[in-house]
Design a protein around this ligand. Structure first.
Ligand code: NAD
Ligand code: DAU
Length: 341
């Protein structure tokens, strides 16, 4: 029987590392290739026991460089069928406001390079992991459907929108087998503490100010990262070629409510909250209609916020050493120690 290799890009990041943990657990026969540039957001310490597996390979490289991408495909055992799960991206909206160019290079150029090499190397399927931010902002009513027109607000979401369209074009033009997923806000272990939930947990724990943008009433639809990873595996294995699937938690909260929940759980005072200048172009509300993936592929979230937010807070408290190394920048030494480079 032909063996299976999965090439995960961005596997040292937040969702990618959670995905590799899941794949190692539920598809133990698959060869896992983690291809990652190790930017500030990439941390091999997120991989834990996955790194010790015989059928796991790490390849350091940039998705926008064809020669690096070729090396990643070379790491897939000869003769195996190759599935690509493309997560590598510049992912933080605030950074894209400071400087958009890295977002275009990685998210747009990098996706085209990945598509070209994957097609040339005969990859069986290309799963492109994207965001609900491509749809823009909602008012108080309504939900994002797969048919909602793209209307991105930030350089980050515009670059992800561009990447989604390139993936669709590879299907229409070349008949390449692709699936696109657009997911809402994730939370859980190993998230870089620049994002709302880990930042607020870390600051509250250290009695530092919690910066809330604008009036704190912007709404996000929160999904536990394990649920997202399970949805990605379902989309990889059962999704229809050329289709888009929205993934969401049906779990809307205004930011200020989350910040207050975190403070309450940690027994910290609300006086730590500091309202600050709003994010430019700040989308007011995101909400996903995930009916299609439920009806077609049978996926639904398993974790409720009331259960998984406390779990997440506990995880960051229990992993204060990990958090400290990320906050201090010490995690960046790990690659040199582990891989000698
Ligand atoms: P992250 O920032 O935590 O991780 C990104 C990873 O990509 C890092 O390991 C980084 O080193 C790597 N990377 C960056 N540039 C690279 C390059 N040029 N070449 C190779 N690797 C590179 O991001 P995340 O939150 O885990 O998001 C993963 C994917 O999921 C992204 O495509 C993002 O758009 C999408 N997404 C994220 C969320 C969310 O809430 N975090 C929601 C929906 C979709
Ligand atoms: O919706 C999916 C997207 O979710 C992903 O595509 C992105 O990669 C991911 O970063 C996330 O984007 P957001 O901009 O929604 O996430 P962030 O954690 O940066 O912010 C969440 C909300 O909290 C947003 O309304 C801005 C607000 N915020 C954020 C930070 C970092 C604050 O009020 N204060 C903060 O310090």
């Amino acid at each position: 029987m032909t063996s299976t290799s999965v090439l995960v890009t961005g596997g040292a990041g937040f969702i990618g590392s959670n995905l590799l943990h899941l794949l190692a657990e539920v598809r133990p026969d698959w060869h896992l290739v983690n291809f990652d540039a190790l930017t500030y957001a990439g941390n091999l310490e997120n991989l834990g026991a996955v790194e010790g597996r015989p059928n796991y390979t790490f390849v350091k490289g940039d998705v926008a460089k064809p020669e690096d991408v070729e090396r990643a495909f070379d790491a897939c055992p000869a003769g195996s069928r190759i599935l690509v799960m493309h997560l590598a991206a510049e992912s933080h909206v605030d950074r894209s406001i400071q400087s958009g160019q890295p977002f275009v290079m990685t998210n747009v150029v990098g996706t085209q390079v990945m598509l070209d090499v994957a097609r040339a190397r005969g990859a069986e399927r290309f799963l492109h992991v994207s965001t609900d931010e491509v749809y823009g902002s909602l008012g108080a009513e309504g939900f994002f459907l797969e048919t909602t027109p793209y209307d991105p607000s930030s350089p980050y979401s515009a670059s992800k929108a561009g990447s989604d369209l390139l993936v669709r074009a590879a299907h229409r033009t070349h008949g390449f087998d692709v699936v696109v997923t657009n997911c809402s806000n994730n939370y859980g272990p190993y998230q870089f503490p620049e994002k709302l939930i880990p930042l607020m947990i870390a600051n509250a724990h250290e009695d530092k100010a919690l910066p809330v943008y604008g009036d704190g009433m912007n709404v996000r639809d929160w999904l536990y990262v394990r649920d997202h990873c399970e949805a990605l595996l379902v989309a990889l294995e059962k999704g229809r070629s050329g289709e888009t699937y929205n993934i969401g938690g049906n779990n809307e909260y205004p930011n200020i409510a989350i910040v207050k929940l975190i403070l309450e759980t940690l027994g910290k005072p609300e006086s730590l909250i500091q309202y600050v200048k709003d994010r430019p172009g700040h989308d007011r509300r995101y909400a996903i209609d995930a009916t299609k993936i439920k009806n077609e592929l049978g996926w639904e979230p398993r974790f409720r916020f009331e259960q998984a937010l406390p779990l997440t807070i506990e995880w960051y408290l229990a992993n204060s050493e990990w958090l400290g190394r990320v906050r201090s920048g010490a995690y960046r030494d790990y690659y040199a120690t582990q891989y000698g480079g």
